[in-house]
Ligand binder design. Structure first.
Ligand code: BEZ
Length: 222
């Protein structure tokens, strides 16, 4: 039996919910680039994000910024997928208008979610927001289809695409090098060793030089 979301359902309680560590709820949806299935992105990273409304100032600034950085997402083997509760025709008109006014062609797909089924399953509709508008949510989904990070912003505050790229790079570094990344980490900076999980590991990190056993920057040979 398929786990793909049936978009005709409106009983939110029965829909799978989006949590860090959970498989991203699957769905098929109409987008500006044709039909898209979330599980079709397996094998690559995906930044899946919602915006409150087409033809609005903050959302327009975010879309232009995402598009201008698309090569950097590609370099990290990551695709972009947008969503709002606006209709496909509103999305198409907005994309054409952005191209005409800002000379930026939005090349990643934007989902129409008029029924809000996907937005509700992903927790993109919050009580504090307008009931018909998704908040600014970002889901980082790994090549196995697992949600690895999620952030939510209110209507009035635009996201930083640079920060989204930083989190993506940090997740990938944490996976490949089995490390953690401290505050403000940027690619090329030293990560920290992941927290010791038992006394033996804690003892091994107690080097006697006064350094904290629970805070070890990874050296070049570690
Ligand atoms: C904005 O992106 O600027 C915006 C979004 C929703 C409502 C109002 C403004």
């Amino acid at each position: 039996m398929s786990d793909t979301m049936d978009l005709s359902r409106t009983d939110d309680a029965k829909l799978p919910s989006a949590r860090i560590g959970a498989t991203a709820p699957d769905f098929v949806a109409r987008t500006t680039e044709g039909s898209v299935q979330l599980s079709g992105y397996r094998g690559r990273w995906l930044v899946f994000f919602s915006h409150p409304a087409d033809f609005t100032p903050v959302c327009t600034s975010e879309f232009i910024a995402f598009q201008k950085q698309i090569e950097r997402f590609n370099d990290l083997e990551c695709d972009l997928l947008g969503l709002s509760v606006d209709s496909l025709y509103a999305h198409l008109a907005w994309v054409k208008d952005i191209e005409a006014r800002f000379d930026v062609r939005i090349s990643f797909p934007i989902i129409e979610d008029i029924s809000m089924s996907i937005a509700r399953a992903y927790g993109m509709i919050h009580d504090e927001s307008d009931s018909t508008a998704s908040v600014r949510s970002v889901f980082f989904i790994d090549p196995q289809g697992v949600i690895r990070a999620m952030v939510h912003y209110p209507l009035a505050v635009g996201r930083s695409v640079g920060e989204i790229l930083r989190v993506l790079a940090a997740l990938q570094t944490s996976d490949t090098d089995n490390v953690s990344t401290p505050e403000g980490w940027m690619p090329g900076d030293r990560p920290v060793l992941s927290a010791p999980s038992n006394m033996h590991e804690a003892d091994a990190r107690s080097t006697g030089d006064g350094a904290a056993w629970y805070y070890t920057l990874r050296g070049v040979d570690q």
